[in-house]
Design a protein. Sequence first.
Length: 757
Amino acid sequence: MSFRKEKLTKPIYRWAKSALPAVSATERDAIDAGTVWIDGGIFTGTPDWQALVDMPPVRLRPEEQAFLDGPVTELCAMVDEWRVVWEDRDLPPEVWAFLRAKRFFGMVIPKRYGGLGFSNTAHSEVVRKISSSSVVAAVTVMVPNSLGPGELMLHWGTEAQKDFWLPRLADGREIPCFGLTSAEAGSDAAAMTDTGTVCLGEHEGREVLGIRLSFAKRYITLAPVATVLGLAFKLRDPENHLGRGVDLGITVALIPTKTLGVVQGARHIPQMTFFQNGPISGEDVFIPLDWVLGGEAQIGKGWTMLVTALAAGRAISLPSQSAASAALCARATGAYARIRTQFGVPIGLFEGIQQPLADIAGNVYQIDAARRLTLAALDAGHRPAVLSAIMKAHATYRMRESIERTMDIHGGKAIIDGPKNAVGLQYRSVPIGITVEGANILTRSLMIFGQGAIRAHPFMLEEMRALADEDRKRGLTAFDEAFWGHVAHSAKNLARTWLRGWTGGLVGPAPEGVSFVRHWRQLSRYSAAFALLADLALLTLGGALKRREMLSARLGDILSELYLLAATLKRFESEGRPEVDRPLVEFILQKGYNRMGLAFIGVLDNLPARWAAVLTRTVAFPFGVPVPAPSDELTREVASILMAPSSQRDRLTADIYLGEGKTDYALKDLEIALERVTAVEPIARRMREAKLRDPEAALAAGLITAGERERLAAAKAAVDTVVAVDAFPPEAFAGRERAAAFAEDPDPRDAEAEAAE
Ligand SMILES: Cc1cc2nc3c(=O)[nH]c(=O)nc-3n(C[C@H](O)[C@H](O)[C@H](O)COP(=O)(O)OP(=O)(O)OC[C@H]3O[C@@H](n4cnc5c(N)ncnc54)[C@H](O)[C@@H]3O)c2cc1C
């Protein structure tokens, strides 16, 4: 043992210590945040698929379901998204009042503080349903319930702070916002230039020890209307009042926005999606020390708070919104492809349309599968930081794909804005989802694999900790243990990868009694290959991998696909393996293998250590990296799922808002048209076969009855309603003054001519 340590480990320890990249304090906090779950197994090449399959599916409590069916549906009916963005540029006052009264802002706050005390699942379902009706309302509800004062207060607030703030946040007396981002500090949030200085100052007529703040935040959701600001800033104590040195680190304080010196009210316009968002700043704002979130004990812990909260929060807000958008796209586009005819046939019968339509069907199934699985993990107490990052990036990427495909299929119908457009507003909001809570490029390129490699890898963190230990003796002992554990693990994984690779995945483990055994085996095969490649990339590139973002991104893609595909298979099991879903699951798996194959090839082609690439190819992919793709036949079959009313289509798009309680609602019109068109299909077929297109002629020929003619007319009327787009009168584009002039004189040229005279 000591021979190994002295003669073998020591030189490696010395080399590794000198090669270890510097890890900043903020990076360390980010790496340490949250917990490791199934991602740990993927990194060892031995994921516990059985535990995944055995995990009970998420369920809502009766009161949560009642909230969804009651106030949430009522809210959806109250909001007219078109009016919000085109006319009011804000939610109407009665909607704000309703949100407060029904405690939408207190979903995550426990009941003892007056909140709703909802599970993560319920929180997600609420955001999902609202998102399907109004992005503006959804974002408004999302923010107080995610990374904001409420969430942070719950975990880190002092008892006094909780007792004061939580009831007020729960019932909406206080509207919170959270200010992290500033002009200098976007993705690199820790580079913020917002500062606080510990000093004596006056508060409520007394001289107290406090903090003088200077800050200028931007992009802050709800800032224009917020009554309380959660502010992240860098705290300094140049006069050492607190006896802890000068630089105290990133700190969070809760500041009532009416505090002297706080400037709010101006609004940004985020892609014409008019939720409240804007800058908030303050110069010489003095606050007492006990406004620091968590009190003095939490000074300097702001970054840890944020990354810890994000470890869970990123799995909820944006994935829920993405699931909603994907469902809306699936429902609307399937219907539109069926009822819109060109060249005499429904456009959904053209293969060119079927391909993007199948992508939409695959995405809606998969996003929701992964959302639910991750929620089950959250509700079971996990806070899987890496999986949350995967969810945030890949749910929003897939949402974007669905919406882009939706726009392409709808053509002009979805481009022309107005109340008749069921999907255009969702399209506009896509870049917001991509950018917030960790912009996707950064998340994909740096965080998913970067954090996973250290956190979810079975030995990496221990090795890094051992190398960073200032006590060299203790460090060497810990390193010796971790390093040889790593070597043994790698050797075992090499054998495992070889066996699974050379048998084409036939001997990879699969859970007991599942369907799609061969797919589970394939995922085991890919997981082993990924674990091998990840180890080799880390071994040969070390800290340089951080700069090789293209490699890191592809490795992250493989990890992400493995999670998303396992979630897909798990959903199929949880839902009782419906036969009708088989083609859909097959389609998703084929697409996933395709993406994974390309990612493997990308890494193998570009890995600087060519021996490592050759080794991986030889062991894991002796017959070449497979890059399969769904067949055309499978694609056609999957596309057809969305084009006719069915319980399967309802299940795939369950719990989105379909216009209950509204008379004019674009999605409702689509549904009516789809139902009528599919119901008259046998009549239409009879006429086609008789080569008669005109219902009157068919009636005269005795081919159809008068009742059938009526049904055909009703179907046509419903289709006409859907195919119509909005056109606005000129006065709709006039400014307020010109609109008044229009009211008096419909032709302003007369008035202008008069004025000129
Ligand atoms: C509508 C909206 C609402 C928001 N709400 C809030 C809020 O309530 N509170 C709050 O504090 N902030 C909020 N934000 C800020 C949001 O979190 C930031 O926009 C985000 O962090 C990205 O910063 P940035 O926009 O300055 O982009 P930048 O940081 O300038 O990034 C530009 C591009 O570079 C990429 N990039 C950056 N670094 C790297 C890297 N190392 N490797 C690869 N790519 C990289 C990014 O992915 C991005 O694509 C909001 C933003 C928007 C647009």
